[in-house]
Design a protein around this ligand. Sequence first.
Ligand SMILES: [Mg+2]
Length: 227
Amino acid sequence: MIPRSDANALALVVFDWDGTLMDSVARIVNSLRQAIGDIGAEPRSEAQLRDIIGLGVRQATQALYPGTDGAFTEALAHAYRSHYLERDTTPTPLYPGAEQVLAQLAERGFLLAVATGKSRRGLDKALKETGLGRFFDATATADEHPSKPDPGMLGYLVDRLGVDRRDAVMIGDSSYDLEMARRLGVAGIGITHGVHGAEILLRHAPFALVGSLEELPPLLEVGQGSG
Ligand SMILES: [Mg+2]
């Protein structure tokens, strides 16, 4: 059972989006590759492109092209958004059980939130298209807060929803999610169906690792007893 400040505390479950709830990794990689070609930058490997998923656009650009300036970041971000939001047609399905798991957690009384490296525009579009927006009590994006692994966006959600950080848990597929959680003193749960595998996630001392969203309700002790 997830640690709580007291046994009856209402807990907050914060989800990362890309690679955690939505299988958008292939579209992100394809869109980045196209955007890099559009602006004539030096190509980067698939592994390099995957590894920056979850960061905000500035941090991602600096990780791929260290020392480049703001104009370069803007050009890459503009080209990327054009591909990801409008031109690329790589499917971005939700992971199995996403809607049912969120419904089950909400029904059980958990507060639910999203903390993502996406922009506000990108997240709102995804929430609308998937119909998942109705489940979330608050959301935080990387254009409104410092990028993961800075704990700022997670701290914002905890404060905004009035939850003790000991009663929150962060679910994510990348080291950035787990490092963010650890830096705030929030329990992290790594999910291995996205960008980073178990070996990398375990370096950040997660409370638990799961292979699918469907493993979360029992881990969070949902659905046992009448509540
Ligand atoms: Mg992710």
